[in-house]
Design a protein around this ligand. Structure first.
Ligand code: HEM
Length: 531
């Protein structure tokens, strides 16, 4: 009975080209055997070999990878496809069923509730706070300018964490040194355990996962992550109490936290204070966890990839400095949103950095209806992964796909581009809620940074190890030499993005040259004929 039900499905999916899989194990061994810094290259090789639509078996479950813009549009546009794929469940111990993971009625109502908290009129209120934190970053970096070389990533992570806490959450976390340090470390630990689980279908069932050492590491990380979000919530509740007290004492004074347009955390706390139990403390916490993560991790990632890429290209760096100096003049940082809008070249640089290193390189969906892409039918209910990183490097959309070339976003080059060929913030109804916030923050921090610093990146692109977990990040940080307030020329480095991965593609096609492995492989090949 079961095989009768499964067989047509397997047959249908096997019409889509992709690496062969073994019964039960599918192609899982490829993921397990591939070093993390080679994963992106492995995907690229699959797309080169099989085309824009690639089928892979994650254990016994079929996943279809989409590496073309038209396919991405077919999956991401329809409202019926808003359900995330099963792997997002692995975020549940941390994020509960917050906005990133939820679907159906819950997603619709939360989305409607929280969207206004990122409206442009609210964002303008955040401008001065982000400027202040950017200036703090500049002062903190001064201690490093005499050093030979240093890793800039911890500074940028902290800056973006300050920004999201002080704006959307309405609390200052500058003094909480240990809490922040442990939080940032635990974000990384969780990302790693997420990746380990995703790559190993044996860890998919909760019961097996709970026996693993990965689970124990994840559990410890979750305690710290929740400690951070509860701390933020408690601080804001105390702040609101104080504001109310002040408003009572001085009846005429207007309380900042109770203006008509509310910041994110106040929206949540207002509802949780009502008597109807619609929103519990856990509901508030899962959204705070979601926005703390969304608000700092991807932004800091973009900050350091942008500084890294600019630090490799003196010609581009010179143009950035010229523009920032022209627009900011004697100001230490951007003064208003009008000034930000005039930083056209910097905007192209940020967009180009997001193209080459989209912080979230893959997004998953469970299809709500059958989708046909390039004549291949993917049935409703199937998992699909849209490979943003791959789509961003297609020559049909970018004249110089593997180079850092901000001219890709000059109006004359981008005006006619296929809309789903650029997806750093995803696309369709479940695109990023913090997109405008992120672009404003990135521009303010980077304009302030380049107003004060010239940088030289020390790791060549060919030596840069890029790790894939929930995001793409440099394995060993971003090592730079920075010069405060004086501009000099540095020699350009040779970009060469993808390491050699031929061995992994061979593996995927059962031609492993490993002697011990070969007999095992051949048995599975034989068995797979009967499947
Ligand atoms: C450069 C910065 C950012 C990038 C590249 C980025 C990228 C993305 C992407 C690709 C998604 C879709 C994820 C998926 O479908 O699995 C997403 C969703 C989301 N992002 Fe961002 N994001 C950024 C900044 C932010 C910020 C600053 C916030 C909050 C303040 C935020 C909040 C969210 C939320 C809540 C979602 C879930 C939306 C939903 O499912 O309805 N993001 N982001």
């Amino acid at each position: 009975m079961l095989s009768q039900a499964i067989y047509p499905y397997v047959k249908l999916l096997n019409k889509i080209p992709g690496p062969n899989g073994f019964p039960v194990f599918g192609c899982s061994f490829i993921g397990l055997l591939t070093p993390r810094d080679k994963m992106l290259a492995l995907y690229e090789n699959f797309f080169d070999t099989f085309g824009h639509v690639v089928r892979a078996w994650a254990g016994p479950i079929g996943v279809v990878f989409i590496g073309g813009a038209e396919g991405a549009q077919a999956v991401l546009s329809p409202t019926i496809n808003i359900e995330k794929s099963f792997q997002y469940e692995f975020f549940k111990p941390w994020l509960g069923s917050g906005l990133l993971i939820s679907h159906g009625q819950k997603w619709h109502s939360r989305h409607r509730l929280l969207r206004p908290a990122f409206h442009s009129t609210i964002l303008e209120k955040f401008f001065d706070t982000i400027v202040k934190n950017s200036e703090l970053l500049i002062r903190e970096l001064e201690s490093e300018t005499n050093a030979q070389e240093f890793d800039i990533t911890p500074y940028l992570k902290e800056c973006s964490l300050h920004n999201i806490c002080e704006t959307a959450m309405g609390v200052k976390m500058h003094e909480e040194v240990n809490l922040k340090k442990n939080y940032l470390k635990s974000v990384q630990t969780y990302s790693e355990t997420f990746y380990e689980r995703m790559m190993n279908p044996f860890l998919y069932p909760t019961i097996l996962f709970s026996l693993s050492s990965t689970y124990r590491r994840q559990k410890e990380a979750v305690k710290i992550l929740h400690n951070m979000s509860m701390n933020v919530i408690k601080k804001r509740i105390a702040e609101r109490r104080l504001q109310r007290e002040n408003a009572r004492v001085n009846k005429n004074s207007k309380s900042e936290g109770f203006s008509k347009k509310k910041e994110f955390l106040d929206v949540l706390l207002d509802i949780s204070e009502r008597d109807d139990n619609e929103f519990t403390t856990d509901d508030v916490r899962e959204e705070v966890d979601t926005f703390l993560l969304g608000g700092h991790n991807t932004v800091s990632m973009t900050l350091y990839w942008t500084i890294y890429l600019v630090g490799l290209h003196p010609d581009i760096q010179e143009k950035v400095h010229t523009e920032v100096d022209d627009i900011l003049r004697s100001a230490e940082a951007p003064k208003d949103t009008k000034m930000l809008q005039e930083l056209h070249y910097l905007e192209c640089v940020i967009k180009e950095s997001l193209r080459l290193y989209p912080p979230i390189p893959l997004i998953g969906r469970t299809l709500g209806e059958d989708v046909v892409i390039n004549d291949f039918k993917i049935p409703a209910g199937n998992w699909v992964a849209v490979h943003i990183h791959q789509i961003h490097r297609l020559r049909e959309h970018y004249h110089n796909p593997n180079e850092f070339d901000p001219s890709h976003f000059f109006p004359e080059n981008s005006r006619d581009r296929y809309p789903f060929a650029y997806l750093p913030f995803s696309g369709g109804p479940r695109n990023c809620l913090g997109q405008k916030f992120a672009m404003m923050e990135l521009k303010i921090v980077l304009a302030t940074f380049f107003k004060h610093y010239e940088v030289k990146s020390l790791t060549k692109q060919e030596d840069m190890k890029v790790l894939l977990d929930a995001v793409i990040r440099p394995e060993n940080g971003i090592w730079i030499v920075s010069i405060f307030g004086q501009l000099t020329q540095f020699s350009s480095r040779c970009p060469n993005f993808l390491p050699d991965v031929s061995i992994f593609v061979q593996l995927s096609q059962y031609s492993s040259s490993c002697l011990i492995f070969r007999p095992v492989v051949s048995i599975f090949v034989q068995l797979s004929q009967f499947f």
